[in-house]
Design a protein around this ligand. Structure first.
Ligand code: ACO
Length: 374
């Protein structure tokens, strides 16, 4: 009997939020291709679409209200700031985020309630960049900054990290990245959020659990690993021998392969274009393009028939690096983008809720009198 692992191909929920078509390489948010949204719309418009539906072009006023509500919730409460200030400086960012989101429920006035609300989703989404920037600046021995009311969501993130108002091109690039990584069907972290929510735990518990699932190198931790890989490769001349050696000892090339996409990941293509426009002929980007081309050729040779292509994480690393974010902020930044998808799924789960309870197949020893169920 083949071993059951990974729930591959199992449909665990119906959803109106996104279509992930792995054969044709399409990602569509409520009827609209994600790569179109990424170049034509703002982060708040895309978030509004995922939470509420409706076409963004016909919905600009409503999306502007979402933007305002996010702006109102961006500043951290005194309690949350005090909690963050009490955390050890060396505490990893993903652990900080998990703790901070879990702590939301202690004080927020609408907590203890189930089902989850869009108001709660906005609160976590709005605060996430502020929390990341607060801890990052403490770690750098800098004074944390309050959000700038004149800046939007992604611009504020860059501002609160650096203390500088970002260039418009950087804001557009980060908007595009956030929109492209906002939602992706029942990936591990979104599934984790839905499972937790299905127990009628609150949204803060669901998001905090999703952050835990996000952290691993097979999921949200990959962009960090991509940068580490590119740094180890170092030069175009070394790429082929480095990658061959990795594949020959059975290693995985970070930023390649996907459980669902058996063709190009549409997000990778869109981010490749965004990064190219942002950095021009930057040598680090040229190295990434060379590594991509070499890796695709070697994967076709060493893993024939597996249909392994570049995934979103490879170019996420390139765009985040071009924005001069330090590698340790890559996974937290991905998290700040994905939060919209998690919360949209949680809201959807609550509407049709039935607790998740799959079965396992027992393969351990049995006494003579016990027979396995057929
Ligand atoms: N490099 C080399 N070989 C690979 C890679 C890779 N990146 N990905 C898959 N393979 C190979 C496996 O070794 C396996 O080969 P085999 O049949 O000879 O044993 C075959 O392809 C199938 O691999 P699975 O592990 O069954 O694929 P799965 O669907 O479980 O894994 C995953 C998907 C985790 C993304 C995988 O491709 C991987 O580890 N990639 C590298 C990490 C990465 O980039 N993660 C980010 C994913 S995107 C995201 O989470 C947002």
């Amino acid at each position: 009997m083949a071993q059951v692992t990974g729930l591959e191909g199992v449909v665990a929920a119906d959803t109106d939020i996104a279509l992930v078509d792995g054969e044709q390489g399409k990602l569509i948010y409520r009827g609209i291709p994600a790569n179109q949204l990424a170049v034509r719309h703002t982060y708040a418009e895309a978030a509004h679409l995922l939470w509420h539906g409706g076409r963004p072009d016909a919905n600009r006023d409503a999306a502007a209200q979402t933007e305002r509500r996010l702006a109102d919730k961006r500043e951290l409460s005194e309690d949350l700031r005090a909690m963050l200030d009490a955390l050890p400086l060396q505490m990893p960012m993903m652990a900080v985020l998990q703790s901070a989101v879990a702590a939301f429920r202690q004080k927020a006035p609408d907590t203890g309630h189930w089902p989850p609300t869009v108001e709660q989703a906005e609160r976590i989404t709005a605060a996430m960049p502020t929390i990341i920037a607060h801890h990052a600046r403490r770690q750098a021995r800098l004074e944390p900054l309050a959000p700038d009311p004149e800046l939007g969501h992604t611009a504020n993130y860059l501002y609160m990290l650096t203390g500088q108002r970002p260039a418009a091109v950087h804001v557009r690039a980060l908007d595009a990245y956030f929109i492209l990584c906002m939602e992706h069907g029942l990936n591990a972290s979104t599934f984790a959020a839905r499972v937790i929510l299905s127990t009628q735990a609150d949204l803060y518990a669901a998001v905090s659990g999703a952050i835990g699932a996000m952290k691993g190198p097979l999921h949200g931790g990959a962009p960090y690993e991509v940068i580490a890989m590119l740094e180890q490769i170092g030069t175009a001349e070394r790429a082929e021998s480095w990658l061959r050696e990795l594949l020959e000892r059975g290693g995985r090339i970070m930023g390649f392969g996907h459980r669902i996409y058996r063709t190009q990941d549409p997000r990778a293509q869109a981010l490749r274009e965004v990064t190219a426009a942002l950095v021009g002929d930057d040598p680090a980007f040229a190295l990434a393009l060379h590594v991509e081309e070499t890796a695709l050729r070697l994967l076709a040779h060493y893993k024939p028939g597996r249909r392994l292509y570049t995934n979103v994480e490879f170019f996420a690393a390139a765009v985040l690096r071009a924005l001069q974010l330090p590698p340790e902020l890559f996974t937290p930044t991905f998290t700040a983008g994905r939060i919209v998808g998690w919360t949209a799924h949680a809201l959807e789960q609550a509407r049709v809720n039935r607790i998740f309870r799959p079965q396992s197949r027992y393969t351990g020893p049995l006494n003579e009198q016990d027979t396995p169920p057929s």
